[in-house]
Design a protein around this ligand. Structure first.
Ligand code: ATP
Ligand code: MG
Length: 665
């Protein structure tokens, strides 16, 4: 019995979804055997595998040495020289594909724009010249705090063209969060806009920047470039602030790209802050370029005629890798959307899919669970027949949400790629390849070529298949984080070439030297499929049984009344920990004592009595990060009746916390 309780439920009784034959026939990786062969070759002959891939890129100087150093400090394509902006833009324009659309941009209120690859290249070069004219040089850091408008990728690519390191701060963040990130990165400049549109209202981006910079709180900042977007009233500091339009006026449309060493830092990006203080993750030009381009191509099975739409904000790593760099490197047309999923109506996403005939759609479980709650009539009222492939990222997807996505959005015909990765990994590491992999709802399935994961116990030894353990990655991959940014990094005389080496080693490498600790708990099943069951920090330990938060949450979500749930452990003098559940119900359902008892019993039926929540409360909303992830660390405090402590700067809506705390009294 104990053994049965220790194994993972979901992996045992799952419906399988083989790749549809017509999909597989046309796919880049058309069979499971082809995937296995690719994966085998990538591990046995990395040199040959990556040579073949990198030959497709433009290099100023081709690499001769694949790798140097040992984890955590591995350099890739060591002596090569390239520039990612050339590979995202010039390469396509020079090949005669400049007229192809890079972005179909859909903004508020009713604004639209179509930007071709040729347009983008011109805009990038002109803005790069403007940055040069402002005195920026290779290695300088610049913070971008912008709405979802085409000028955001323009600014990113312009920085990349010069070797300037960008740090995008999501436009939903407050002045405090901007200040912390600007100071951590030592940014010389901030690029922002007067405002950004959100549900018909203007978000005062420039006002937030002014507040962040007030009282000389960010001494490294010399200038602020301001894009005119909303024409709202803003404050102005003469000598510091420059309009985007004035900055580019008279600038040449030609800006030769910097010939950068492969390891030149491309950007700093702060993690979502789901578990604690955000970390400034640094990625390098070449390894990141090659890996995001290859994962884009094979996971989204990209073809020339695709219309690809990733709904993430570019302020998160998903947007960096799979709206900007990886997708542009493939010369694909994408949709970029400025607004919210429920403005002006709850079918906004499906309206956009219908309008642009989107073929590949990539979103997050939090969005899918919200759509379930809003009701099937929204997607059913739109023509979604153009879709051929769906994707998800950000959290474990509950099997029931997966099945809904497959049936209602994908019409039962579209494979779903459940992509597991992190800000630190730069690109997707565990994922199906849609023409090759038989899908199991709720599993991210198998490692991408070049990736060697394992599930191990505290002793570092693999746990038997079907048992819970720690997800680790056993060898370096090209887009692995190069460091956690620390002030002074890269400056002469600074000791650590890789920034905050201590925090880097302590967080990811100390527990199992030479192997990357992901911080996630997982199960590998008998077919070698990986099931991510939540963060290790969140793992529940009840009367000697360990269980992942995702397992209990999925059990709750499999009840027809439940839209979403979050589960945490609270201290219990007898069992060590008891399970406390927070539940949001579907729109048409009301909470009651009977339903509460029914849901607790339901978990017992699905998982076993040991997994039953002792406490279950209904709530209108769960506390989430601005990227939409459940912040269980805050719920843990509430469940234990403690004061909520720790960093809440990445929390989306503080009123959710207040409401939950109110419940308590
Ligand atoms: P922080 O590191 O600051 O706490 P974060 O981990 O939420 O924030 P990200 O790098 O955006 O920041 O998220 C990566 C994490 O998201 C993964 O470690 C994992 O827990 C979760 N995740 C992402 N994709 C998946 C997926 N497909 N299945 C399960 N979990 C996923
Ligand atoms: Mg993380």
């Amino acid at each position: 019995m104990a053994a049965a309780q220790d194994t993972h439920q979901a992996s045992q009784e799952t419906e399988l979804f083989a790749p549809p034959a017509d999909f597989a026939a046309a796919a880049h990786v058309p069979s499971f055997e082809a995937y296995q062969e690719l994966h085998r070759r990538s591990l046995e002959d990395p040199e040959g595998f990556w040579r073949e891939i990198t030959d497709g890129f433009t290099w100023f100087k081709p690499w001769t040495q694949l790798q140097e150093g040992k984890p955590p400090f591995v350099k890739w394509f060591v002596d090569g020289e390239t520039n990612i902006s050339v590979n995202c833009l010039d390469r396509h324009v020079e090949a005669g594909r400049g007229d192809r659309v890079a972005y179909y941009w859909e903004g508020e209120p009713g604004d639209t724009r179509v930007v071709t690859y040729a347009d983008l290249l011109t805009d990038v070069q002109r803005f790069a010249n403007a940055l040069k004219a402002q005195g920026l040089e290779s290695g300088d850091r610049v913070v971008l705090y912008m709405p979802m408008v085409p000028e955001l990728p323009v600014a990113m690519l312009a920085c990349a063209r010069l070797g300037v390191v960008h740090s995008v701060v999501f436009g939903g963040f407050s002045a405090d969060a901007i200040r912390d990130r600007v100071n951590d990165a030592g940014a010389r400049m901030i690029i922002t806009a007067d405002g950004g549109w959100r549900r018909g209202r203007v978000i005062p981006l420039k006002g937030n920047v002014d507040a962040a910079l007030a009282d000389d709180a960010c001494p490294s900042v010399e200038g602020v470039i301001v894009l005119k977007r909303c024409e709202n009233d803003i404050g102005w500091v003469d000598g510091r602030d420059v309009w985007w339009g004035d900055a580019i006026a008279g600038q040449s449309e030609v800006c030769p790209p910097a010939q950068l060493p492969a390891e030149h830092p491309l950007y700093i990006l702060y993690t979502s802050g789901t578990t604690g203080k955000p970390k400034g993750v640094v990625h390098a030009q070449a390894g990141y370029m090659v890996y995001t381009a290859l994962t884009s191509k094979l996971i989204f099975d990209l073809r020339d005629d695709d219309i690809y739409w990733c709904t993430a904000d570019i302020g998160w790593v998903t947007g960096h890798s799979y709206i900007v760099y990886g997708i542009l490197a493939n010369g694909i047309s994408g949709v970029m959307y400025e607004g919210a999923p429920n403005h002006p109506a709850e079918d906004r996403f499906w309206e956009i899919v219908e309008k642009y005939r989107v073929t590949v759609f990539y979103t997050a479980p939090t969005a899918i669970r919200t759509f379930v709650r809003w009701g099937d009539h929204h997607p059913q009222g739109r023509d979604l027949s153009s879709l051929r492939l769906l994707g998800t990222v950000g959290e474990p997807i509950n099997p029931d949400a997966w099945l809904w996505y497959h049936r209602v959005i994908g019409g039962g015909r579209c494979p779903i790629v459940d992509t597991w990765w992190q800000t630190e990994t730069g690109g997707v590491l565990i994922t199906p390849l849609p023409g090759a992999t038989t899908l199991k709802p709720g599993s991210a399935t198998l490692p991408f070529p070049g990736v060697e994961p394992a599930v191990v116990g505290e002793d570092g030894e693999p746990v038997p298949d079907g048992h819970r353990g720690l997800l680790i990655i056993k060898r370096a991959w090209p887009s692995m984080l190069r460091g956690i940014y620390q002030e002074g990094w890269g400056q002469p005389g600074h000791p650590g070439e890789y920034g905050d080496s201590e925090r880097l080693i302590e967080t990811y490498w100390e527990k199992f030297p030479g192997r990357y600790l992901t911080g996630d708990g997982a199960v590998r099943d008998a077919d070698g499929y990986y099931w991510v069951i939540g963060r290790v920090d969140d793992t529940l330990s009840v009367a000697g049984h360990r269980i992942g938060t995702a397992e209990v949450e999925s059990a709750l979500v499999s009840h027809p009344s439940v839209a979403e749930s979050a589960v945490v452990g609270a201290p219990d003098p007898i069992t060590g920990e008891f399970i406390s559940a927070f539940v949001t119900l579907r729109a048409e359902v009301d909470g009651s004592d009977e339903l509460q008892a029914e849901l607790i019993a339901h978990v017992g039926q699905v998982l076993g009595r040991f997994a039953c929540p002792k406490q279950l409360r209904f709530t209108d909303a769960l506390p989430k990060t601005r990227s939409g992830k459940i912040m269980r660390r805050l719920l843990r405090d509430i469940a234990a009746g403690r004061e909520v402590v720790g960093d809440t700067t990445t929390l989306e809506d503080l009123s959710v916390l207040a409401a939950l705390r109110g419940d308590e009294e």
